[in-house]
Design a protein around this ligand. Structure first.
Ligand code: URA
Length: 449
């Protein structure tokens, strides 16, 4: 049957705004995976979708074919006594939530097989943060990964070569053909990878604001609605939280520095950054409620809080690290393994007033300059450099007080941050009004179409 199709004819059809059938989409995805579609055809196909869009049926079919282009995980034979549930974030600056969230949900009876990516552009990647831990092996094979999830309750690893391979090639082409910012393609790309891990429920954290990929609110809403619809059409109940990314999440950026913040958070949640705490517990509550572990959000919130405050989540985090090859005493003595930088210095404010704006995106980009982030996926990174104790919006600062602590390898890096950071944090004499951290929640089983 597939021999009847020709790539150029299907590209033409999509280019002319005509919907592709399920077999036609299946044919194109097979061509992406086996290499029979050329790079030129793939670029043209991406642009045709970018310009003409896809119907809901097309999005669901594209997602399913991309998900089935490689391995998919099945949990039936593991006889788990709880649901398999995950969270995915569209990425933000200082977004380290997965490291605390997965152990919290595992403490409450969920199984969290979290497959994360590396950072690209101004946002950091969970995998890069974890790889700052000496010995951490983020690439176990599928069966070791599944056993670990059963044994510990959660595991955070990197994407294996055979998980949604169609997406790996498609995404690389989109990256160089100006076709990343398509709601249809982003939906299929994210969900093909997430749904391949055999989830019972999914919670999405869709960031919006100056440090987010979806900088404008309308795009975040469209993406949330699209993901909720496609995911539920594919049989996985999904809630999408649209959350604020107009400042750094938590008080640090970098890799090892963010791991340090997570360890402090798990050990001593009462002293955690309030926005980080609120969002972590809220995402956990949605994961527990959506996966059926708790019947309502309030009890799910309480259970999540208890898991954190009792130290159970910290102990599961420690277990996950050890089982994946990291140090057994990471939680007890993190500074022994996450080595401090040679130069740690305060960056002082040039003005006084209330912090009114934080350019999170530019702070993320400054991390690339220091090599804590990358511009192409093959770039090596420096896990040690970064910023801690970054001020938050609404905080009062006198001139000369600290905007952040810089953790640098040398004086040149420190000079760079000292020249840049004061330009990225703005002040006002009037206290800015509070912005909602969680702006909206779209849930697929509430009649979205
Ligand atoms: N993240 C993904 O995994 N895919 C996209 O298309 C965009 C962001």
């Amino acid at each position: 049957m597939s021999e009847l199709f020709l790539p150029q004819e299907l590209i033409r059809k999509k280019r002319d705004g005509i919907s592709l059938s399920d077999p036609e989409i299946g044919y194109m995805v097979r061509g992406i995976t086996d290499g029979s579609l050329t790079d030129a055809q793939l670029g043209a196909f991406a642009m045709a979708i970018f310009k003409c869009g896809m119907s809901m049926d097309e999005r669901v079919n594209l997602t399913r074919h991309m998900m089935n282009s490689g391995d998919t995980l099945n949990w039936d034979q593991l006889n788990l006594n709880g649901p398999v549930v995950d969270k995915h974030s569209t990425g933000g600056v200082g977004d380290k939530i997965s490291l605390m969230l997965a152990p919290i949900v595992a403490s409450c009876g969920g199984y969290v097989p979290m497959i994360s990516g590396r950072g690209l552009g101004h946002t950091g990647g969970t995998l890069d943060k974890l790889e700052s831990i000496p010995g951490y092996d983020a690439t176990p094979n599928n069966s070791a990964f599944q056993s670990l999830v059963k044994q510990v309750g959660c595991a955070i690893i990197g994407q294996t070569a055979n998980l949604a391979p169609a997406d790996q090639r498609f995404y690389a082409t989109r990256d160089v053909t100006a076709t990343v910012e398509s709601i249809d393609l982003i939906t299929a790309s994210i969900l093909s990878k997430k749904l391949a891990s055999g989830l019972d429920a999914l919670v999405m954290d869709i960031k919006t604001g100056n440090g987010a990929f979806a900088a404008n609110y309308k795009m975040a809403q469209e993406l949330a609605q699209s993901i909720a619809n496609v995911s539920s059409n594919s049989g996985v109940p999904t809630s999408c939280l649209i959350t604020d990314m107009d400042q750094v999440l938590g008080h640090s950026v970098g890799n090892a520095i963010e791991v340090m913040e997570c360890i402090d958070f798990l050990k001593d949640p009462h002293n955690a950054d309030q926005r980080l705490l609120e969002l972590t517990l809220e995402l956990s509550a949605y994961m527990l409620q959506l996966s059926g572990l708790e019947s309502d959000l309030d009890s799910a919130r309480n259970k999540s809080k208890l898991a954190l405050e009792s130290g159970k989540a910290a102990s599961i985090f420690g277990k996950m690290i050890t089982e994946l090859g990291g140090p057994v005493d990471l939680i007890e003595v993190p500074e022994k393994h996450l080595k401090p930088m040679p130069l740690v210095a305060s960056i002082q404010s040039n003005s006084s007033g209330y912090v009114s704006e934080v350019d999170a995106r530019a702070i993320g980009l400054s991390m690339i300059h220091l090599k804590a982030g990358r511009t192409k996926s093959s770039d090596p990174i420096d896990h040690g450099v970064g910023l801690s104790e970054i001020v938050s919006k609404g905080q009062w600062l006198d001139k000369g007080e600290s905007l952040a602590m810089a953790h640098c390898r040398d004086q040149m890096q420190l000079d760079f941050l000292q020249s840049q950071l004061p330009k990225l944090i703005h002040f006002n004499q009037k206290k800015p009004s509070n912005t909602n951290l969680i702006k909206e929640v779209l849930t697929s089983n509430k009649g979205l179409n």
